[in-house]
Unconditional design. Structure first.
Length: 246
């Protein structure tokens, strides 16, 4: 890994300093089942212009509904923000096979929709990936997806007329932020998580979007392992974006 210095401009530093007063710490059970208390440094916003969102994403923050946050957990630094520069990415052999395997999928980009079709697919996904959790598909949409503060769209993946995946994405002219992705567990052999990122990389190249933020990568969480397979990528370590090439 090689350090790639992330230096905030004077304007970016001024924005963060001015908005710091709105951030508070909030504790909760770790959402990734790690043996630590999760501590969120978070603030609520009604809306956020792209240039301010850019500042926070570039500083390792994430968005959950109308909350901007980063992690301040005592004794744990497992949640590592990860991003990709689409023009630098080079697919490996496995990713090339995944791209070819999914040539029969069509993709539509549209405004967020809390449709019965989307809810039914999300219910399948949650039951498989997060059994026993209290949050319903409707909770996810009303409390998380639809409660957005920036330009947010969905990428809908279809096999014929059947919906098999949905990516919830914040989108600007210079960055793309992956908020959530869910898919039909019956289609797991297609490597849908990998295909989603490959498609978003191709989309960003066509639109000349410079950065894709993939959320957190946690080494000990198996479901997140595929994110680190996209190389080169950058990990946000000690307030610096560190280049990973192998």
């Amino acid at each position: 890994m090689a350090p790639h210095k992330n230096t905030l401009s004077g304007e970016a530093e001024r924005i963060q300093e001015e908005l710091k007063q709105y951030f508070v710490h909030s504790s909760a059970e770790c959402p990734y089942s790690l043996p630590f208390q999760a501590v969120y440094n978070q603030a609520l916003f009604s809306t956020m212009p792209d240039y301010i969102m850019d500042v926070y994403l570039a500083s390792g923050y994430r968005r959950n509904g109308n909350v901007i946050y980063n992690m301040h957990c005592s004794g744990c630094k497992a949640c590592i923000p990860i991003r990709i520069k689409p023009e630098e990415f080079k697919p490996n052999r496995s990713q090339k096979r995944t791209w070819k395997r999914n040539r029969d999928i069509s993709v539509e980009i549209k405004p967020l929709a809390c449709s019965q079709e989307n809810l039914a697919l999300l219910e399948k996904f949650l039951a498989c990936r997060y059994p026993g959790r209290d949050s319903s598909p409707l909770d996810y949409y009303t409390g998380f997806f639809l409660n957005h503060i920036t330009n947010t769209v969905e990428f809908s993946y279809r096999l014929g007329t059947k919906l098999i995946g949905v990516a919830i994405v914040d989108l600007s002219t210079t960055w793309l932020n992956v908020v959530f992705y869910y898919f039909d567990p019956a289609e797991e052999k297609r490597s849908p998580g990998t295909y989603n990122i490959l498609y978003l990389i191709d989309f960003c190249r066509q639109k000349e979007i410079q950065l894709i933020y993939l959320g957190y990568w946690i080494e000990d969480v198996k479901a997140m392992g595929y994110k680190a397979n996209f190389k080169p990528h950058y990990l946000f370590l000690d307030n610096t974006w560190t280049l990973v090439t192998r």
